[in-house]
Design a protein around this ligand. Structure first.
Ligand code: GLN
Length: 271
């Protein structure tokens, strides 16, 4: 066989491998017209951790709705696909494991942007400002963490609220029994049934809970942690990240963001 024939055969073989690889990929994933690769063709797959109202929770019909859902719908629209939501533990979301394994394209989970998480995720521009808040049952208010000495304080495992409280307890040597719950529903249930005397989570989720259960719980104290939420994509997924940021910027400039904010959060965003 001469060299030219060798080269031709090698080229044909490479094309064949490419075609097979291409087919295999098309079976599961897909690429949008704009060239954004997606883990499932025709869908923007979102990882979240339910429930986290008003950012994501099931409505009466079982459909997942909320502030984050509405914003990511704008991204899906830009890509000409529909959003599909996967409910999965927060640990796999914040560690990057779910995005890395192709479980989803984007994470939208009321997730605070932190330096630690930035090592394993690529965050969008910030889309929401949040602080931490301490909730108690009505009539059982405590204003400071010091007052919780010898008592049980609930937090949600893996969250910035848990980190904040654990740091405070350590730094101030507080004698509080911190109890971690696996999700927001379990934490709120613990507060409602006196398993803990107070519970810490992001302020907007307490506001939402109080709206849904009037008179039962109050926000007794706030901790201005200056947090900002970001959507996240797999490290290096610059095309999708740009689409997310473009959709956010467009929503902010054409009033859609304010409309979605008013619908799900209630008050006007701070200027
Ligand atoms: N904002 C908090 C965090 O990032 C809580 C997020 C959540 O529980 N979904 O840790």
């Amino acid at each position: 066989m001469n060299m030219a024939k060798h080269a031709r055969l090698a080229a044909v073989a490479l094309l064949a491998i490419g075609a097979v690889a291409g087919c295999a990929k098309d079976d599961e994933g897909g690429t949008t017209e704009g060239g954004v690769a997606l883990v499932k063709a025709g869908a923007l797959t979102t990882c979240t951790h339910l429930p986290y109202a008003p950012f994501q929770s099931k409505d009466a019909s079982g459909k997942v709705v909320g502030f984050d859902v509405a914003l990511i719908d704008l991204v899906a629209k830009k890509l000409n696909v529909t959003q599909e939501i996967v409910d999965t533990p927060f640990e796999g979301i914040k560690s990057g494991a779910d995005l890395n394994s192709g479980k989803c394209d984007v994470a939208a989970a009321g997730m605070t942007i932190t330096d630690e998480r930035k090592q394993v995720l690529d965050f969008s521009d910030p889309y929401f400002d949040a602080t931490q808040a301490l909730a108690t049952q009505t009539g059982k208010e405590v204003k400071t963490l010091e007052e919780l000495a010898g008592k049980r304080l609930g937090v949600q495992g893996g969250t910035t609220g848990e980190d904040y409280i654990k740091t405070q307890v350590k730094e101030k040597n507080l004698k509080i029994e911190v109890v971690s719950y696996k999700d927001l529903a379990a934490l709120q249930q613990a507060l409602a049934t006196n398993q803990v005397v107070a519970a810490v989570n992001d302020l907007p989720v307490w506001n939402e809970y109080i709206k849904a259960n009037p008179g039962k719980v109050v926000v007794a104290a706030g901790f201005d942690t200056g947090e900002q939420y970001g959507f996240a994509v797999k490290k290096g997924n610059a095309e999708l990240l740009k689409t997310v940021n473009d959709a956010l910027a467009a929503a902010r400039s054409d009033g859609t963001y304010d409309k979605i904010y008013a619908e799900w959060i209630g008050e006007k965003p701070k200027a």
